[in-house]
Design a protein around this ligand. Structure first.
Ligand SMILES: NC(=O)c1ccc[n+]([C@@H]2O[C@H](COP(=O)([O-])OP(=O)(O)OC[C@H]3O[C@@H](n4cnc5c(N)ncnc54)[C@H](OP(=O)(O)O)[C@@H]3O)[C@@H](O)[C@H]2O)c1
Length: 302
């Protein structure tokens, strides 16, 4: 799909080094990056929560692409305590690429900050997973890239970061952190040979978005990862694919930040959230809604 016809100008990713580390690698966008990187000749270190899923994905990658794999089981919501063990497992590996993909929502649906049933715990989990993971994994792997004078770090932000988004406040704020952190690192480490790319997708069909049917707007994860990797070496800040770049422009024009933050904009978002909740309740009753209706619920996680 998008950009696939332009693959002739794709960067040779093997030049960065032998291994690629992908966080949140067992499903969705992370899994798609792991597959695509293996297809392009990298050995893959998969990092996620579930040991069982990690082993299955590792085996599939070895069989499909003939590359080596390693797995690191960890839960990024646990905070600083997990990084010494990760450091040990990465010791002595020539890591050319780091994909800081792991991320989570504050809530299953659009909601105001205090409406989460357990805000105290959830705030810590989201910040640990969406912010601390990106900064700590970068701290661990960037020094060897600087030493070799080459490397690629891909940080997964979101279209939800491009404008302040009420009812997605914490998620949207963590993602703008990722964007700013990445863009600053580009300036600091680009001259030393390390490419830092920030990717800000709109909707990709994954578990996080309840797997809506892909179409011209919603990307299949595999198509997205292929298109986004084709932008490496050409753009340090990208929506990942042409369709999402167009949607970014349209949203910026028709739903700018000042409008989203206005009382009218907030009322519209609340209305959207309540319609969406009703749809989800109805969708749980067999035959109540068809698949097309439920795909609208994906707006919550953009
Ligand atoms: N999908 C979209 O439309 C979209 C749009 C914009 C940005 N994004 C961003 O893209 C990234 C990937 O999203 P996705 O939609 O692919 O998500 P996803 O389908 O929910 O996949 C998340 C991956 O991360 C792992 N994971 C989740 N929580 C974890 C934790 N606490 N510790 C370790 N691993 C964990 C999951 O595996 P286990 O369950 O095995 O741990 C899974 O492999 C996120 O940063 C998200 O914010 C997504």
């Amino acid at each position: 799909m998008c950009l696939s016809r332009q693959e002739y100008w794709k960067t040779d990713l093997r030049r960065y080094g032998q291994w690629a580390v992908v966080t949140g690698a067992t499903s969705g966008i992370g899994r798609a990056y792991a597959d695509e990187l293996a297809k392009r000749g990298l050995d893959i270190i998969l990092v996620s929560r579930s040991e069982e899923k990690l082993k299955t994905v590792a085996l599939e990658i070895e069989m499909l692409y003939g590359r080596q794999t390693r797995v690191i089981q960890t839960d990024f919501t646990e905070g600083p305590v997990i990084y010494p063990a990760i450091t040990e497992k990465l010791h002595n590996l020539d890591i050319g690429i780091l994909v800081n993909n792991v991320g989570m929502n504050y809530a299953e649906t659009l909601m105001n900050f205090l409406d989460n049933p357990n805000p105290e715990q959830r705030i810590t989990e989201v910040i640990n997973c969406n912010i601390l993971s990106v900064t700590q994994m970068t701290r661990l792997i960037l020094p060897q890239m600087v030493e070799r004078g080459k490397g690629l770090i891909i940080n997964m932000s979101s279209e939800a970061a491009s404008q302040p988004q009420p009812m997605l406040s914490l998620y949207s704020a963590t993602k703008i952190f990722v964007t700013h952190f990445s863009r600053c690192l580009t300036s600091e480490y680009g001259p030393l040979g390390v490419t830092v790319q920030c990717v800000a997708p709109f909707i990709v069909s994954t578990n996080m978005t309840n797997n809506p049917g892909p179409n011209g707007i919603i990307m299949r994860a595999s198509d997205f990862a292929r298109a986004a990797l084709n932008t490496v070496g050409h753009s340090d800040f990208t929506s990942g694919c042409f369709s999402h770049a167009l949607q970014h422009v349209a949203l910026t024009i028709f739903f700018p930040g000042w409008f989203r933050l206005s009382s009218f904009g907030v009322r519209l978002t609340e209305k959207f959230a309540s319609t969406q909740q009703k749809r989800e309740i109805m969708a749980m009753q067999p035959g109540a809604l068809n698949e097309t209706d439920t795909s609208n619920s994906t707006m919550q996680n953009k």
